[in-house]
Every structure is written in structure tokens, then in C-alpha cells.
Design a protein around this ligand. Structure first.
Ligand code: IMP
Ligand code: MG
Length: 178
């Protein structure tokens, strides 16, 4: 099995790029259908979601706008439970249909922060599209509208996700070797 080494840790191939592509396609079909006739604003959470956002948005066929925010909560391989806002939102979201684009929902804290922040600015609707979801780590109870894949609680890298800043560029997803 193909593996990669990042700093002190070894990771083994877990989800190949063709499976990733299929999961992105499934989300795009649903979004195109659900938001048909609307003019949504996609808000991508940097850094991790850049690759998913790029692949997803190439498949979106309705008129839409795309913007970015930058949040940070992970240090090494664990969530710090504290979400830092590094770059905030600079567009008016009042009355807009929002789709938040995220790489992974783990404990759910980052997304909860986003939801609170956004709802204070009176958007017309908010939907969540996350490429990955770790149901066993999730501690919240909000609805996640679009999920690419559900995965176990292993730490992973690739397809935008990093270990200490590295590994975001891999087109496949690798999981940590115990
Ligand atoms: P949450 O706030 O615990 O849901 O964590 C969400 C953020 O933690 C994501 O946006 C990722 O950036 C990061 N994260 C969660 N799990 C992993 C992982 O397995 N590998 C790399 N980053 C992760
Ligand atoms: Mg992220």
C-alpha cells in the first residue's frame, strides 16, 4: 500500500482521487438541483477546503459568487477546541443563500462558530457542504446538508488537509499509520 512520510509520521493511502471525484460530483448534482433558480454565495473555509471548493465549483452550473474566510483550530494532529479567525468575511450576506464549503467536520466546533457568525448577519438561508465528516467525533447537533464521505476518527492528510502545514497538495487522502 502506498505510503507517505510527513515529518515524524507515516501515512497510508486511504481514499483515492477517483473516489474523491465521484463524491464531489454527487454533491454538485444535489446543489445544482436544490439551488436551481437561486443565486447562492459559496463561503469556503481556508486553508483546508481550497481543493474541494475548486473541484466542487467547477461543477456548479447555477449563477453564484464565491468568497473565502480563514479559520484555524488544529495544532499538529489534534483540535485545540479554540477557533481563531484569521481572515474574516468582507461581503454583505444579508438576504443571501449561503453554502459553507468545508474540508472536514470533526468535533463540529469550527462550523458551529461559522454558523453563529453568519446568522448574525441575516442571510436568507445557510447550507453546509463538507467533503468529509467524522460522525464519531461530532459533538454538535446542527444539520449538515451535504457530506462527501463519512470516515472513522483517524487523522488524515491530503486533498487540502494537512499535518502541521504539509500534505495539503496530495490528490489522494492518506490516513495516519498507528
Ligand atoms: P472541528 O472544529 O473539530 O470540526 O475541526 C474542523 C477543522 O479541523 C477542519 O476544518 C480541519 O482543518 C481540521 N481537521 C479535522 N480533522 C482533521 C484531520 O483528520 N486531518 C487534518 N485536519 C483535520
Ligand atoms: Mg478546515
Amino acid at each position: 500500500m502506498k505510503s507517505v512520510k510527513i515529518k515524524d509520521k507515516e501515512f497510508v493511502l486511504s481514499i483515492k482521487s477517483d473516489e474523491i471525484e465521484d463524491a464531489v460530483e454527487n454533491i454538485a448534482v444535489k446543489v445544482n438541483n436544490d439551488l436551481n433558480g437561486k443565486n447562492p454565495l459559496f463561503i469556503t473555509i481556508l486553508n483546508g477546503a481550497f481543493m474541494f471548493a475548486s473541484d466542487l465549483l467547477k461543477k456548479i452550473e447555477i449563477p453564484c459568487e464565491i468568497t473565502f474566510v480563514k479559520l484555524s483550530s488544529y495544532s499538529g494532529i489534534a483540535s485545540t477546541q479554540i477557533v481563531k479567525k484569521i481572515i474574516g468575511l468582507n461581503v454583505d450576506i444579508t438576504g443571501r443563500d449561503i453554502i459553507i464549503v468545508e474540508d472536514i467536520i470533526d468535533t463540529g466546533i469550527t462550523m458551529e462558530n461559522m454558523l453563529k457568525d453568519l446568522s448574525e448577519h441575516n442571510p436568507s438561508s445557510i447550507r453546509i457542504a463538507t467533503f468529509l465528516f467524522k460522525p464519531k467525533a461530532f459533538t454538535k447537533d446542527y444539520k449538515i446538508d451535504y457530506i462527501g464521505m463519512e470516515i472513522p476518527n483517524d487523522f488524515i492528510v491530503g486533498y487540502g488537509l494537512d499535518y502541521d502545514g504539509y500534505g495539503r497538495n496530495y490528490k489522494d487522502i492518506y490516513k495516519i499509520k498507528e
